[in-house]
Design a protein around this ligand. Sequence first.
Ligand code: CAA
Length: 385
Amino acid sequence: MTRIGIHDLELATSHHVLDLGKLAEAQDIDPAKYRVGIGQDEMSILAPDEDIVTMGAAAAQPLLERHGQQEIRTLLFATESGVDQSKAAGLWVHQLLGLPAHVRVVEFKQACYSGTAALQAAIGMISRSPAERVLVIASDEARYELGSAGEPTQGAGAVAMLVSADPALVEIEPVSGVHTVDVDDFWRPNDSSTAVVDGALSIRAYLESVTGAWDDLAGRGSPDPATIERVVYHQPFTKMAVKAQRALSSRSGAQLPARGLQDASVYNRRLGNTYTASLYASLASLLDADPELAGSRIGMFSYGSGSVSELLTGIVQPGYWDADRAARVRKALDARVPLEVEEYRRLHARVLPSAVDVDNPRVTDGPFRFAGISGRARHYEATGG
Ligand code: CAA
């Protein structure tokens, strides 16, 4: 059987950052509730000329520089925070990256889960045509109402993955566990730029899903739990992974190592929730923190409210270690420009109606920018940066 999985992966985030200590101070809340209680330190905030397209293209560009674009025949763009009801966000990425007309593009939606659906679709395509590669982009801006319980769990980021046969990073194993339930824990009506959420229900639904997906995996002949050396989780906030690990350990009887959990949360603590990208940011965080993982079997738990979840397993490939990627991510996180709370609140309130033409101010120093809207259409450009 052809071995298929993630050949390479890159992460991108926003121009701005908000320190959660500052937010806690402005809200007269003990900062320990954020840093310890939910396990978050910062959240990435988009500049006015950034969105899911600019982050997605910025994440994908280095993959094309390293591997070329010849074998890519499909671009799958996964997002909760789509920018158009009809057109796939990946089409603007296709143009910004100069991909050829023979690359098909489509957008995947199911809350935070759709990055995993895109990865599975990519694997299916490659199993049929092993010479092809698929570019999967998961990109999101997590937005909740100001003053809501979800506010400190906002964030922004994108992960681009090149999926191929004989992958250099992580081979995805063929059997996975799935758990789907119709539940109103988190959703976003078409006329709302912020999510509606029942926080307590969403945590319960997530935890029932992690054990439900485990049971499905076990019923399908999963690998022996004792052979799973690390598990990475979708992380709406990093404490959620701690809760999930506890639930999974008691269900599976496997003592999953706590060290992996910390390694797999380093990026997420600083990005905030990145919805579809969150699990893959956590995977990057783990791979970049530990040089001793070659040959290890890891579990990967994907949860998308509403809800669909999936527990995959993967084998870390020899040669996965790339100290440069860790340095690049740290540099991107450190380079974000800090906001004061008032500036952050002003940016949060800026929701562009499509009926009004706008030239966005030049703020981002990323490689691509959201230039503005004219004639109800969005326009993007390369910055040369
Ligand atoms: N020092 C240390 N810890 C403190 C503290 C302090 N001063 N004050 C509170 N805490 C702890 C609490 O004990 C609690 O810990 P445990 O969960 O371990 O008991 C934690 O901080 C959070 O406190 P609350 O439960 O009081 O927090 P809250 O109700 O204000 O908000 C939340 C929590 C409901 C999760 C909220 O952040 C939220 O609505 N988030 C959005 C929804 C979400 O992320 N759900 C997760 C599952 S859904 C999903 O995964 C999909 C997705 O991406 C959205």
